[in-house]
Design a protein around this ligand. Structure first.
Ligand code: PXL
Length: 256
């Protein structure tokens, strides 16, 4: 089986990050190996939360993985609690041949999240340049490149070394999805938009994309499947509050 290191936070409520990504990767037939960057009582959109930063855990965890001789086919990163955590990932995976997928979690809707300034953003930029595939939203792509024109911004990232830039949150004519830029091609995949913000959809998207690519699918087919999966899980979600996340559990069978 393919092995994927999954580096992200774990939140008790809000069905996001590792809570959503591990079952998705398992359903896709990938062995998922989590390293939590933070442990939270619940995701931050609830307004109040208790969070434990895992910066001091990450390096010894990776050193222990090294002792075990762990090797990965894929690496998927998401939320980071500190610049040091990002540096630890860059160091540990400096010469990996694994498929490296980075969701450069920094902000949304034109604003950076609290605490995403200075060295943390700088390190995330370095990590994003090291990735094979990145899955930014518009806000994050602009922060990574300083460029507001998405075509130019995607080209900057491709020239920095990305094999594909998968821009998320692309909306056209009541449809929503992603636009995949590679050096030779650009394709857009849209599905019906069902409601607004739901916790964890970005994390589920990056996990489906990574799992599909580890199965040997192209980044285009993987992005199409990830978008359709998100649209389908939103359509069966009963949650009254969008911060509770989506009922992805009901559709995991679609990925098997
Ligand atoms: O991707 C959603 C998410 C994940 N992790 C944490 C969050 C959120 C959304 O707000 O706060 C900690």
């Amino acid at each position: 089986m393919k092995k994927c290191a999954v580096i992200n936070d774990i939140s008790g409520f809000g069905k996001c990050s590792l809570v959503a990504q591990l079952p998705v990767l398992s359903a896709l037939g990938t062995q998922a190996h989590p390293a939590p960057t933070a442990v939270l009582s619940n995701q931050t959109a609830y307004g109040s939360y208790y969070s434990c930063d895992m910066t001091s855990f990450l390096k010894p965890c990776f050193e222990q993985w090294k002792k075990l001789g762990a090797e990965f086919d894929g690496i998927l990163t998401g939320y980071f609690a500190s610049a040091q955590e990002v540096r630890t990932v860059l160091d540990f995976f400096s010469d990996t041949k694994a498929l490296f997928v980075v969701d450069p979690v920094m902000g949304d809707n034109g604003e950076l999240y609290d605490g995403f300034t200075g060295s943390l953003c700088e390190e995330i930029k370095k990590l994003a340049c090291r990735a094979d595939i990145i899955t930014p939203n518009f806000t994050e792509l602009r922060c990574l490149t300083g460029e507001s024109n998405v075509n130019k911004a995607a080209q900057i990232m491709l020239e920095s070394g990305n094999k594909a830039v998968v821009l998320t949150g692309v909306e056209e004519n009541g449809l929503i999805g992603s636009r995949v830029f590679t050096r030779g091609e650009c394709k857009t995949f849209l599905s019906p938009k069902r409601g607004g913000y739901f916790s964890g959809t970005g994390d589920i998207f990056s996990a489906v994309l990574t799992g599909m690519m580890l199965r040997g699918e192209s980044v285009f087919d993987a992005a199409r499947t990830a978008g359709e999966f998100i649209s389908n899980v939103i359509s069966v979600t009963e949650a009254e509050n969008s911060q509770d996340g989506v009922d992805f559990e009901k559709r995991l069978g679609d990925l098997i």
